[in-house]
Design a protein around this ligand. Sequence first.
Ligand SMILES: [Zn+2]
Length: 442
Amino acid sequence: MLSNKVNYKKGTKYRNMQKEPKKQLLAFKWLTKIVSDITLHKRLKIKKVNMEGVKAPYFLLSNHMGFVDLEINALAAYPARVSHIATLEGHYRRSLLMELDGCIGKRKFTTDPHLIPACEKVLNKFGAVLTMYPEARYSPIGTLAILPSSLGQLIKRLKHDVVVLVHHGNYLHTPFWDWRRKRDVPLCSVMTRVLTKEQVEELSAEEIQDTVTKALWYDEYKYQKDNNIRITEPYRAEGLHKVLYQCPICKTEFKMYTEGAILGCSECGHKWELTEIGELKAIEGETVFSHPPTWYEWQRANVRKEIDEGRYSFTDEVDVFSLPNTNNFIDLGKARLTHSMETGFVIEGHYNGEDYKISRPVAGMYGVHIEYDYCYIRPEECVQISTSDDTFVCFPSEKNQVTKLSIATEELYKVKTEEKRLKRLARKLAKESETNGETENK
Ligand SMILES: [Zn+2]
């Protein structure tokens, strides 16, 4: 029998996603402050803009480049209590601690009806600062990722001041693609109230979405250059090939490598140096892209072309681990993972005597969570696909695949959203012409 759930062994329970949030314990607030002061005070600056008179409760939105963002947000909001909307994997084996710290558990890129009442409780009952990372993942190339289109509506529904805290330096200090080794880079976060409660009331959800998206914009390589931040670590490029996976010279995918400060293509032999100021420079011949995010966006354009021409699809045999609750990852063995315009993500496998098929259609996912070195299971790249009650961590058999999967998820979503918009418009126009016809006939 085929099921859309895994036939878990007796005793395995799903996490209750409707748990009420807890007020952050005062002890946790002080502890976070003390620990953050000790670990961050020498290398962190927090600038506050238009923050006079801003008091909790308010809605705090941040970009996301590493775990340290949670500490910085708590520090910036101090002395107010905070509640973070945090991924459920963050609750792994420390669920109670996360709850006592005020965290609201969420599975990534899923619709959770319980989330709004939980947010309202934090703001209206606890009077705390509600913090959210709307990118819902660490930045792969140090620029703002696509945000959920429902963010403006959520802000409108919550009816509170909106404060944006943009972190700089975190990606350069701890790049997602080589997070175990740090670079000597100072951290600077800018905290700005971008909307008052009254403005939230007056503006439309689209206008709010637009304001917040602009306020959250960041480009860490531009920031590095503008502030003349020199990264002198000899290993500074190591891992960058996981993100810049396609060679702009010979166009081959997944044959890039890094060594020290060098990024190279093993197919055509072209090499670039990642300079101390964060630019790419060809060792010989053409550089093509000196700005790493521009290279990344060129890859996106190529993925989009594949989608538009109907050539995009991904299929692989993967190792799957699931997280129905926060206690243990369950080894589900091998499965087939496919990704396409027609079906979105599909995982087909067999566990405990029963076949399962997990589907996440394109329209429901504006992004996907990927990891390059997953600390909880094994230090390899993986893609995480969540449903409303489970999370599946898939390790592909081929290397350097996950960045393209991430870009493809975003582009497929954009195509689908545009298709839906055009269909709605066509229906509206048809209805209008029908009404006009009826009027003329009268
Ligand atoms: Zn090449």
